[in-house]
Design a protein around this ligand. Structure first.
Ligand code: V4E
Length: 269
């Protein structure tokens, strides 16, 4: 889930408030600088956050433990629409562009900065069950990243006015179409005071999945986040070996098998 906390600017690209803030670190992209349309978006740094997470299947037993040891933060429902070109140019690069609650979000891979030499076998195993993705919620930044992928020449960028928030002509210009959409009902919990969030998701196509998540600033300590996730998984009694599919994985396998097969062959999923 991505919501923005912007210092000196609106709460998110669409002006919506964050639905959850916890652990002293707000969920979603934390933009240290707001880049209004009249400023050069290439010269102001926008600080991103990285979501480290592990998926799990929530049995009745796990739910019972969760309700005992974590604090329920509430329930929300959201409709996700994911976009890519007909040739899957973004997702084949493991880049996931979506619109959620009227806000644009781009999840993309982040380089691993932590070494693995000092890890025990258990730590390495637990780390292998985690994913980590950079989350970008600043629309001009998203458009720039997508343009970079398509290697579009933008000579007139200087004079170009950034599109208004309701203007979605950029999707057409970049040949982006919606390839997946679903509604999720999410119950969120916090565990302890280390910024561990646990979400229980029910997608409208009949798939239920849990996520243990820790949000860190870009360049932050992924290994420490993985350790927090490992501890949380241990408390929930989860198996050390269980690799669990995300909602998108299951959705594509069921409804977009050709797209799914391409992502499998490219080792994205
Ligand atoms: C498929 C995918 C991405 C798009 C969806 O991300 P996901 O975390 O499954 O969605 P959701 O709704 O839980 O997002 P949140 O609210 O937590 O931001 S982003 C990265 N992937 C690839 C991927 C993968 N290769 N393996 C696993 C286990 N998950 C995702």
């Amino acid at each position: 889930m991505v919501t923005n906390t912007l210092i000196g600017g609106p709460q998110c690209a669409c002006g919506k408030l964050p639905s959850l803030t916890y652990g002293g670190y707000s969920r979603g992209s934390v933009a240290l600088f707001w880049t209004p349309n009249n400023l050069d978006r290439r010269t102001l740094p926008v600080k991103m956050s990285v979501e480290v997470e592990r998926k799990f299947l929530c049995s009745d037993g796990t739910l019972k433990i969760l309700e005992e040891i974590a604090v329920c933060m509430g329930q929300q429902q959201f409709h996700d629409q994911y976009f890519d070109t007909p040739e899957f140019e973004l997702t084949l690069r493991d880049m996931w562009l979506r619109k959620r609650k009227g806000c644009w979000e781009l999840k993309c891979p982040t380089a691993t900065v932590n070494g693995t030499e000092d890890r025990s076998a258990e730590q390495s195993l637990a780390a292998a069950l985690c994913t980590h993705y950079k989350e970008i919620t600043n629309l001009p930044e998203i458009q720039q990243r997508v343009e970079e992928v398509f290697k579009k020449t933008c000579e007139d960028r200087e004079s170009e006015t950034a599109p208004s928030l309701g203007d979605e002509s950029w999707l057409c210009r970049m040949n982006l179409v919606c390839f997946a959409e679903y509604v999720t009902v999410r119950r969120s919990f916090t565990l302890g005071d280390e910024g561990v969030q646990i979400d229980l998701d029910q997608a409208d196509f009949g798939y239920h999945v849990g996520e243990i998540e820790v949000l860190i600033p870009e360049g932050g300590d992924v290994q420490s986040a993985q350790e927090k996730i490992r501890n949380a998984a241990h408390k929930l009694g989860l198996s050390e070996h269980e690799r669990v599919e995300g909602k998108m994985n299951v959705y594509l396998k069921r409804y977009q098998p050709e797209h799914y097969a391409k992502l499998l062959s490219a080792h994205v999923l």
